[in-house]
Structures are given as structure tokens and as C-alpha cells.
Design a protein around this ligand. Structure first.
Ligand code: B1M
Length: 211
């Protein structure tokens, strides 16, 4: 079976959605545990994609192909998980900050997190402090992740952190930030718990913060 999982992981890395679906179906027909298919085949492949993306060996279009391939397999497996709790690495509330409509990078972060087994609550774009606050109260995440692509909107991250402090929630949730104009210095300055320069690093950071 380990060769089969390797084959599945390689097909995810290669972005071959049809092959991933075929292999997933074969494994299900053979009675393989759906959780094993996810962890040892699908997620294991996406972990390699994340690592390669981080060091510039894979690029955004290839990552999107791999994610699409992985989702093809997930669609077959998920209905069989009803009643079974899919192990979650933790919950992350993710959004692009107030006034900012850029969501390609943020969605890539969301996909990578989901691929690594996190539960992601995606607030979409133009998410102000109150929206993050409500989502924290409702979903009780371990981490909130804010994305900004404009120098004019990045200060909204600071506003959100201030609101969390006012509400007494700052110590209950880790805050990570990212996006093209964001740096580690800026993250330190506004009192975030971490900064990630890319989607794969964001996943590593969440794992570290929730360990
Ligand atoms: Co806009 N735009 N845009 N734009 N746009 C930029 C960002 C800009 C740099 C272009 C430029 O002038 N060279 C510039 C910003 C300048 C600045 O502030 N310094 C700019 C501008 C000015 C604008 C408008 C103001 C233009 C106008 O209307 N006059 C306007 C603003 C609208 C608004 O938001 N209110 C605008 C609009 C748009 C579109 C709607 C047309 C479109 C967005 C479509 C969409 O997202 N659905 C758009 C696009 C596509 C871009 C560029 C071309 C590409 C951005 C992108 O998707 N990159 C961009 C120029 C560029 O970057 N070359 C530009 C690919 C993506 C994968 O990368 O988002 O950086 P990125 O995400 C990375 C990392 O940053 C990181 O991981 C991702 C993957 O590795 N990351 C995180 C991101 N979020 C993270 C969160 C994390 C951790 C890591 O933790 C939570």
C-alpha cells in the first residue's frame, strides 16, 4: 500500500487531477481507510508542493494545479467521512483587511493551510476589525491571519490587534500577518505573533504557533 500512497502523492505534486481521482477511487474500492488516503496520499503530496513552492522550485500556477488535483481526491473521500471526525491541525480565521480587495495570495494561504489539515474560516476581502472580532467569538480559532497587498490598508492590521486588546481577546488567539508590503519588522511593530512571506511559510508558522 505504501507504493500506492507514493503514487497518489506524486500525482498530486504533478497536478494530475484525473490520475488522483482514479487512484483515490481504487483505494476506496480496496477498502482503504479514507483518513489514511488523505494523510498519507493527498496531504503528503501537498506538503511536498508547499516545500517546493517555498524554495522557488514550484510556482503559483503549479501550486493551483496541485491543489485542484488534491481537491479532486478529497471530493471522493469526504462523503465517506460522515460521522468520522477528520483530524484537524487547528482552526484559522483568514481574511484580507479592510479596504483591500486582493485575495489571490490570501486564498493560496487558505488552500495550503487546508491541505495541511487546518480548518479554515475564510472571511473574504475587506474584512475590518469588527469582522475579525465577530469571527473569533463565533469560531474560536487558534490563529487569525490577515493579508494586505496595499500600503494604504496594512495599518488595518494594527487596528484589528488594538480591538482584540480592548476586548480582552488578544491573549486568546495568535495573530499572523502577510502580503507583499508586509515585513517581519512591521509585524513586530504592530505586535503580531508572526509574519510569513509566502503561503507555505504561513502553514509552517501556524503549525509552530499551535504546537
Ligand atoms: Co492591485 N495592486 N490594485 N489589483 N495588484 C498591486 C498589489 C500593486 C503592487 C500593483 C502595482 O502598482 N505595481 C499595487 C499596490 C501598490 C502599493 O500599495 N504599494 C496595486 C494597486 C495600487 C491596486 C489598486 C489601488 C489599483 C487602482 O484601482 N488604482 C486597486 C486596489 C483595489 C483594492 O484592493 N481596494 C487594485 C486592484 C487590483 C485588482 C482587483 C485588479 C487585482 C486583484 C484581484 C484579486 O486579488 N482578486 C489586482 C492585482 C491582481 C494586483 C497584482 C498585479 C497581483 C497581486 C497578486 O495576486 N499576486 C499586484 C502587483 C504584483 O504583485 N505584481 C497588485 C500573486 C499572489 C500569489 O501574491 O498576494 O503577494 P501575494 O501573496 C503571496 C504572499 O504575499 C503571501 O503568500 C502569497 C503566496 O505565496 N501572503 C501571505 C499573502 N497574504 C498572506 C497572508 C499571510 C501570510 C502570507 O498570513 C495571514
Amino acid at each position: 500500500m505504501s507504493n500506492y500512497f507514493e503514487d497518489l502523492a506524486h500525482s498530486v505534486i504533478a497536478g494530475q487531477q484525473d490520475r488522483v481521482k482514479q487512484l483515490t477511487q481504487q483505494a476506496l474500492d480496496a477498502g482503504t481507510d479514507p483518513v489514511e488516503i488523505i494523510n498519507q496520499g493527498l496531504i503528503s503530496g501537498m506538503n511536498v508542493v508547499g516545500a517546493r513552492f517555498k524554495v522557488g522550485q514550484m510556482f503559483v500556477p503549479e501550486v493551483l494545479m496541485s491543489a485542484r488535483a488534491m481537491n479532486g481526491g478529497m471530493e471522493l473521500v469526504k462523503p465517506l467521512l460522515v460521522g468520522q471526525e477528520l483530524p484537524s491541525a487547528g482552526k484559522v480565521v483568514l481574511g484580507t483587511v479592510k479596504g483591500d480587495l486582493h485575495d489571490i495570495g490570501k486564498n493560496l494561504v487558505g488552500m495550503m493551510l487546508e491541505s495541511a489539515g487546518f480548518t479554515v474560516v475564510n472571511l473574504g476581502v475587506d474584512a475590518g476589525p469588527q469582522k475579525f472580532l465577530q469571527a473569533i467569538k463565533e469560531h474560536k480559532p487558534g490563529v487569525i491571519g490577515m493579508s494586505a497587498l496595499l500600503t494604504t490598508t496594512m495599518l488595518s492590521m494594527k487596528d484589528t490587534i488594538e480591538v482584540l486588546k480592548e476586548e480582552g481577546l488578544r491573549n486568546k488567539v495568535k495573530v499572523i500577518v502577510g502580503g507583499a508590503p508586509i515585513s517581519q519588522d512591521f509585524a513586530d511593530e504592530i505586535g503580531a505573533d508572526g509574519f510569513a512571506p509566502d503561503a507555505a511559510s504561513a502553514t509552517d508558522l501556524c503549525k509552530k504557533l499551535l504546537a
